[in-house]
Design a protein around this ligand. Structure first.
Ligand code: DX5
Ligand code: ZN
Length: 226
């Protein structure tokens, strides 16, 4: 279980205005959010580029919240630059090993082991087209499953409702194991309660957080659902 029991929320800093990144971090801290979600994009696994280890190191070392690095990168080049970062969770995509999606569970398990050996929580993520049951080979090696509810690569996309059934199925597969279920993409005031009802216990919120008139009130509502 990540950060103990209860529902957690981490704003995605990728959705902030990078001109005022310090203000965005202060806004996240003030809101009472549990963590900061860092979206790393490499223009190979996803068609966009965000930021890399230096940005995460600079922000995470000073902000003092649970750091959650979501690596949307081709894993065939390794994840070494990310292992020493001052974050508590590193999540990798099971589809992201070279040009052979889903074909390298042994190598994925090695990478998950290296995340835990670095003293961090280890997460796996699945894209919208990847079936829930693809997480099965990893369930005894992870602390979190991240269900992508949009195609990874951009903030501000529309939530895909099929994610709700996927979350339910992943909860069934997890059974009694202490594994968090995180959801990322299009999470909003309109859908967050149904996501928690389906079994998500960790919400990533991008544009909806930074566009909200009262993010502190929203974070309070999320925690009161716990
Ligand atoms: C998309 C990222 C998300 C994104 C979420 O690839 O993984 O974390 O920033 O932004 P919203 O909540 O706007 O979809
Ligand atoms: Zn993300």
């Amino acid at each position: 279980m990540i950060m103990g029991s209860g529902i957690k929320a981490a704003p995605s800093i990728f959705a902030a205005d990078f001109y005022s990144i310090g203000d965005a971090v202060a806004q996240i801290k003030k809101s009472g959010a549990d963590g900061v979600h860092y979206d790393v994009m490499d223009n190979h696994f996803v068609p966009n580029i965000s930021f890399g280890p230096k940005f995460i190191g600079d922000v995470a070392s000073k902000c003092g919240l649970y750091g959650d690095a979501h690596l949307m990168i081709d894993l065939s080049r390794g994840i070494e630059p990310y292992l020493p970062l001052p974050v508590e969770l590193i999540t990798i995509h099971i589809e992201a090993y070279g040009d052979n999606p889903l074909s390298k569970p042994d190598r994925m398990i090695e990478l998950l082991g290296s995340i835990r050996a670095a003293g961090k929580n280890a997460g796996i993520s699945i894209k919208p087209a990847t079936p829930a049951d693809a997480v099965v080979p990893y369930l005894d090696k992870i602390d979190l499953v991240l269900v992508m509810s949009v195609e990874p690569g951009f903030s501000g996309q529309k939530f895909m409702p099929a994610s709700l059934d996927k979350i339910r199925r992943i909860r069934e597969l997890i059974g009694a194991r202490q594994i968090s279920v995180q959801v990322d993409g299009g999470v909003s005031r309109d859908n967050y309660k149904s996501l928690i009802g389906a079994g998500a216990d960790f919400l990533v919120i991008g544009s909806a957080f930074f566009n909200d008139a009262d993010p502190t009130g929203w974070m309070r509502d999320i925690h009161e659902n716990a």
